[in-house]
Design a protein around this ligand. Structure first.
Ligand SMILES: [Zn+2]
Ligand SMILES: [Zn+2]
Length: 344
């Protein structure tokens, strides 16, 4: 059901909600709910028997929106929550998986170089089995498990419209405006951390204690890393800045964030290898990695992944860009909802 801009009363029933937003992390949900234009009391809406989900309800523009909070990341949690969502909110027409992801730094996206804070929108989702992992967390193999069928026509035509030059330019502008709103409301949390912290390492250069540290475990083999090193940042480990790959766009912040459309890989483990990342990119055309899209898709084929790039899907994980990437994804989500036609 479409709502008027000045409607101030909540919809009468759950059936009036046609848009669902699924977030795995609290920081992702925070960014989205901060951009709600109105908030409804979720307790008005009775959950179906057995539904253990937690919901936040509100409105974004003309749409009533129900946000589903996942207990944790991953396909199983997303699939379970989506199934419950379907039983309690039977009118959902579009499910958006919104949050943060690992991005492919270059090459595959039509929009060129991808930098931290950019946003990825799935035009298809591919399910990945990242395979058996080395004991220390490095991914050994990356196999395509299942290419999910393309989204239904209503979503495909929506995506085609969003990708026209005119609409894409409008989306970029509106996303910047909503990002500005988020930055005013959330303060430093949603601020751009700075291009000097956007580090892309050579894909073969691993995040671990380096030889000068004297750590026996990290230096016992190429893929070996100790538990302590996994928890440390690149700065703390002394990852070598000589191994950084220089970027063009990260120095020109004014165009931020660019929205990239493409194939998103949804897997059951975090992609932590620059080499496997690049292989998946060149072989399959993947532009980003995340963990919830395939689970939601099982119940809602009308599903789009909208995620901000917080790292480069390699071993050099850090949390510096997480809040900013969640904010750019939330801002993009609000922008694209302007173009989705509510059913009458
Ligand atoms: Zn170590
Ligand atoms: Zn590192």
């Amino acid at each position: 059901m479409s709502i008027g801009l000045w409607d101030s009363s909540p919809p009468a029933t759950q059936r009036d909600f046609e848009i669902a937003i699924i977030c795995a992390l609290t920081l992702e949900a925070d960014a989205v709910t901060t951009l709600f234009d109105r908030r409804w009391d979720s307790k008005i809406y009775r959950k179906a028997p057995g539904d253990t989900n937690s919901y936040s309800t509100g409105a974004i523009g003309h749409h009533n929106v129900v946000l589903v909070h996942l207990p944790n990341m991953g396909k199983v949690a997303a699939a379970t929550a989506a199934a419950f969502l379907r039983t309690s909110y039977e009118g959902i027409k579009l499910a958006l998986v919104v949050g943060i992801c690992g991005g492919i730094p270059s090459g595959r996206s039509l929009r060129g170089e991808m930098v931290l804070g950019d946003v990825v929108i799935s035009n298809e989702i591919i399910q990945y089995d990242f395979g058996r992992q080395f004991p220390y967390g490095f991914v050994r193999k990356t196999d395509v498990q299942d290419s999910l069928p393309r989204p239904p026509p209503a979503v495909r035509t929506f995506l085609a419209m969003l990708q026209t030059t005119h609409t894409r330019d409008l989306l970029q502008k509106q996303t910047l405006e909503y990002l500005d709103v988020l930055q005013q409301k959330l303060g430093n949390m949603a601020k751009y951390p700075g291009s000097s912290k956007d580090w892309l390492f050579n894909p073969t250069y691993r995040h671990k204690h380096h030889p000068s540290s004297g750590c026996p475990e990290c230096n016992s083999g190429v893929a070996s890393i100790c538990d302590a090193a996994l928890k440390l940042s690149c700065q703390e480990l002394g990852c070598n800045e000589q191994e950084l790959i220089s970027r063009v766009r990260s120095k020109a912040f004014s165009n931020f964030p660019v929205i990239h459309f493409g194939l998103v890989a949804s897997g059951d483990a975090v992609m932590k290898s620059g080499e496997d990342r690049d292989k998946a990119s060149s072989r399959d055309g993947v532009i980003a990695f995340e963990m919830e899209g395939a689970g939601v898709w099982e119940t809602f084929p009308s599903c789009l992944v909208i995620k901000g790039v917080c790292d480069y899907a390699d071993s050099h994980k850090n949390k510096i860009f997480q809040h900013f990437a969640a904010a750019t994804a939330a801002a993009t989500t609000k922008s694209i909802l302007k173009y989705w036609d509510p059913s009458k």
